[in-house]
Design a protein around this ligand. Structure first.
Ligand code: 5GP
Length: 206
């Protein structure tokens, strides 16, 4: 019904499996585009510049902010993260549903700037599963894991700002549920004001 894509924010606890979910959505369906963020954190083993993130210096990041190149940005555990503007707008115009995998401060900035955006929050079924996943991933030192868990506790205070909870238990079910939620959200009357205006006018003109 709506030609422009839907801007979808996906937040969730570090270790809840957002990255894997995003990859699953992108490989299973062809209507999604994933925004690649800029960050000042160091690449993890296996991460590539331009694929997981654009890895840049603090100076470069601050220049991007000053030049208005980001639609949102935030600091997370000592590093900057932000969403480049141009790609998001291009893809939305092309009809793609754009996924932003960002933390809560960024999500709230998006909600303010784009009230039509859909906000999803990914969580594990309980806290222990989160601890096990963060430890099992083996990519972070113990102190970073502790910081990320503290941050998760803070982020849990903001969950009600999101429209849907995605409980990441069985991955395939979760990917399908997420696709269903996004596609149904596009049909909500409050996200289709232009369509409603158009059909009202057409009916009057008959
Ligand atoms: P990580 O270091 O684990 O890749 O990401 C840390 C956190 O930053 C995650 O919660 C991730 O969703 C978030 N993040 C990644 N990119 C962005 C971004 O562009 N903006 C904001 N606000 N958060 C981001």
């Amino acid at each position: 019904m709506k030609e422009k894509g839907l801007l979808t924010v996906v937040s969730g606890f570090s270790g809840a499996g957002k990255g894997t979910l995003m990859k699953g959505l992108l490989s299973k369906y062809d209507n999604y585009a994933l925004s690649v963020s800029m960050t000042t954190r160091a690449p993890r083993p296996g991460e590539e510049n331009g694929r997981e993130y654009f890895f840049i210096t603090r100076e470069q990041f601050e220049k991007n902010i000053a030049d208005g190149k980001l639609i949102e940005h935030a600091q997370y555990v000592g590093n900057y993260y932000g969403t480049p503007k141009d790609y998001v707008f291009e893809q939305l115009e092309a009809g793609k549903d754009v996924l932003l995998e960002i933390e809560i401060q960024g999500a709230l900035q998006i909600k303010k700037k784009f009230p039509e955006a859909l906000l999803l929050f990914v969580t594990t079924k309980d806290a222990q599963t989160l601890v096990n996943r963060l430890k099992g991933r083996g990519t972070e030192e113990e102190d970073v894991i502790i910081k990320r868990l503290k941050r998760a506790a803070e982020e849990s205070e903001g969950i009600e700002e999101y429209e849907y909870l995605i409980v990441n238990d069985d991955l395939d079910t979760c990917i399908e549920d997420m696709n269903d939620i996004i596609q149904k959200a596009k049909l909500r009357a409050d996200r289709n004001k232009e369509f409603i205006e158009k059909i009202r006018k057409e009916l009057k003109d008959i």
